[in-house]
Design a protein around this ligand. Structure first.
Ligand SMILES: Nc1ncnc2c1ncn2[C@@H]1O[C@H](COP(=O)(O)OP(=O)(O)OP(=O)(O)O)[C@@H](O)[C@H]1O
Length: 251
């Protein structure tokens, strides 16, 4: 196997997906390299979350296949951490930060947490800069802090890949910037896939943008032209592109 192939952690091979008769993704074909920071962008309803669920093995492709480290997504599930859309979390549920993070190690049939799980939860909280927050009530935290707790839950088992679905919705720009700093730090040891319906985050650290609107198109960030993005979105989009030095990506 050549080096470039060995570096392809996630391989999406000619994948199409239908919910009943509705074709949501058509012939998606791309690879994601180990250690990369990739963004899935596209309009609401374009199929980004569906693509993430296919990579997580929660859905099966109607056509084509996906491998993660050469395994099926179901077999590779322990290697992929997932941070769902923040709005999906029920804030009325009475739970503290430690319990939320520990949910990341829950497996079927597990009766109680062991000391090693609590230790891992404290380490995960430290890595998202929330040391000392373990006994706080989840609903008392700010939006940005909650988002960090959900990231700690996703990384407690030290996955190699981290997928985040719209992590910056409902948080202000300063909090969003801090979150990106954290993600770029985590990217030193993890492959990151970030899902967003806007492009305000494209920065030096993002090397590849995958536009998802039923069709899937791949752009190294250096080739990201506003016109091509707008034609995919079918409307004007706000793009804040920080100074970008792009490395060529080979699929
Ligand atoms: N469980 C489901 N059953 C049927 N259709 C679904 C289901 N989930 C999503 N869809 C449809 O599939 C399409 C893609 O949805 P998806 O959630 O993947 O889009 P998205 O790009 O993540 O959107 P958003 O940015 O709004 O989260 C939409 O038309 C949606 O209505």
């Amino acid at each position: 196997m050549s080096n470039s192939k060995a570096n392809n952690e996630i391989r999406v091979e000619n994948v199409s997906f239908k919910y009943k008769n509705d074709l949501v993704l058509e012939n998606a074909h791309f690879h994601i390299e180990k250690g990369s920071f990739t963004c899935f962008v596209g309009p609401n309803g374009g199929g980004k979350s569906t693509l993430a669920k296919l990579i997580l093995g929660l859905l099966k492709p109607t056509e084509g296949y996906i491998t993660i480290f050469g395994e099926t997504p179901v077999k590779a599930r322990g290697s992929v951490g997932y941070v769902p859309q923040y709005s999906n979390f029920d804030l009325d549920f009475p739970i503290n930060v430690m319990d939320v993070v520990l949910m990341g190690v829950l497996t079927a049939g597990m009766l109680f947490y062991k000391p090693k799980h609590r230790k891992a939860a404290l380490e995960a909280l430290k890595s998202v800069e929330l040391e000392g927050f373990e006994n706080r009530h989840f609903s008392e935290l700010s939006g940005g802090q909650r988002q960090r707790v959900l990231i700690a839950r996703a990384i407690i088992s030290n996955p190699k890949v981290l997928i985040l679905d719209e992590p910056t919705s409902n948080i202000d720009t300063a909090t969003e910037n801090r979150l990106y700093e954290l993600l770029f730090k985590l990217n030193k040891t993890k492959t990151i896939i970030l899902i967003s319906h806007d492009l305000t985050f494209v920065s030096d650290n993002v090397k590849k943008v995958i536009c998802v609107n039923k069709e899937v198109k791949i752009h190294p960030t250096g080739n990201l032209e506003l016109n091509s993005i707008e034609s995919l979105f079918g409307r004007a989009v706000k793009v804040v592109k920080h100074q970008t030095k792009v490395e060529e990506i080979h699929d």
